[in-house]
Design a protein around this ligand. Structure first.
Ligand code: SF4
Ligand code: SF4
Length: 330
């Protein structure tokens, strides 16, 4: 029988191979989550053993690594027969896309408080505010730009004011999946909305489909009631280069989400929303019903342009995947 993989295999096959998308799924699912055994390195943005959680304060960070070492007898080793992180990773094996809806809308925010706050991503904020007001979810995993935008932080919002405060965060630069662990373990929430990039939605799908019966120690997948993807064309380094893990990405809009939100193809001031699932449709219609948003079908030429852009990203990502696979066997 093949030996179960563990973090050292994930490091070799994904992280060191330059395919990690920094989604944070492996950190969230780690069986030793309570010991902060895995974390996202704030400098490289990649998963590491020990260290400090991306959401930890500097003070917590000082105590985390010794705690892990003490618990592991001074050696950072995965428990025998674990491998949760390896099997969770969407870059080890991509989840299968289920058939669903594909409805395109042009949407504007109509919530006065959100309009008055003048937030970026007002439509996304309104959809989330509606989900909270409807009691569809108790909290939302969001990303806020702390330090004047220099340091994105995964945060949990449980009321509209917090959503407004967090709005405009750089989702691509934060491991939003780690917020699921925070929402459940730290905040004790039972119903959550997850907002993230397409790769983070893919990681969640893996948690849902693979993790439910096998490696889902904390049963995270059952608490997510709504997934909203933000369009993403890649995250760029300080030097202006596309991140290695983004070069193989083949999803622009977040096809694994219930709803996708972005600005490409929308008239000025509006956003495009794509409805992918019945859950998404219900949340979307409820937001219209209660006056959070106004929507109309997206113009056919704008739909065609968005599909074209999605196809171009898919083609470029697949091409890079093939190129890397070829150079690996040479
Ligand atoms: S689960 Fe996400 S963060 Fe972890 S190695 Fe895979 S892609 Fe990277
Ligand atoms: S391009 Fe965006 S969605 Fe794709 S891997 Fe990079 S951050 Fe994730």
């Amino acid at each position: 029988m093949e030996k179960r993989k563990e973090f050292s295999d994930l490091k070799r096959d994904v992280i060191d191979a330059g395919t990690c998308s920094s989604c944070g799924g492996c950190v969230a699912i780690c069986r030793l989550l309570d010991l902060d055994f895995l974390s996202m390195d704030p400098v490289s943005g990649l998963p590491i053993l020990g260290g400090n959680q991306s959401s930890a304060t500097a003070n917590e960070a000082c105590t985390t690594a010794p705690l892990v070492r003490a618990a592991m007898g001074d050696e950072l080793q995965c428990p025998i027969d674990c491998g949760y992180c390896y099997y969770q990773c969407p870059r080890v094996e991509k989840p299968e896309l289920q058939e669903g809806l594909e409805e395109y809308y042009e949407v504007v925010n109509s919530d006065e408080e959100i309009t008055a706050a003048g937030v970026a991503e007002d439509v996304l904020t309104s959809l989330l505010a509606s989900a909270l007001a409807d009691a569809l979810v108790e909290g939302v995993v969001t990303v806020a730009d702390a330090d004047g935008g220099a340091q994105p932080e995964v945060r949990i919002a449980m009321y509209k004011g917090a959503l407004i405060e967090h709005a405009g965060g750089n989702y691509g630069a934060a491991a939003a999946m780690t917020g699921l662990a925070d929402a459940i373990v730290k905040y004790g929430l039972w119903s959550v909305a997850l907002v993230g990039t397409p790769c983070q939605m893919e990681a969640y799908e893996k948690m849902l489909t693979v993790g439910r019966e096998t490696h889902n120690a904390h049963n995270f997948s059952s608490v997510v009631r709504l997934r909203i993807a933000v369009f993403c064309d890649g995250v760029f380094t300080n030097k202006g280069e596309k991140r290695e893990g983004c070069k193989i990405c083949d999803d622009l809009t977040g096809q694994f989400a219930d709803l996708s939100v972005g600005s490409f193809g929308a008239a000025g001031g509006a956003s495009v929303v794509i409805v992918h699932t019945d859950v998404g449709k219900e949340a979307f219609e409820s937001a219209q019903h209660w006056g959070f948003i106004e929507a109309k079908p997206l113009d056919r030429s704008a739909v065609a342009a968005l599909r074209q852009k999605q196809a171009e990203k898919r083609e470029a990502g697949l091409k890079e995947q093939v190129r890397r696979a070829h150079s690996a066997v040479q």
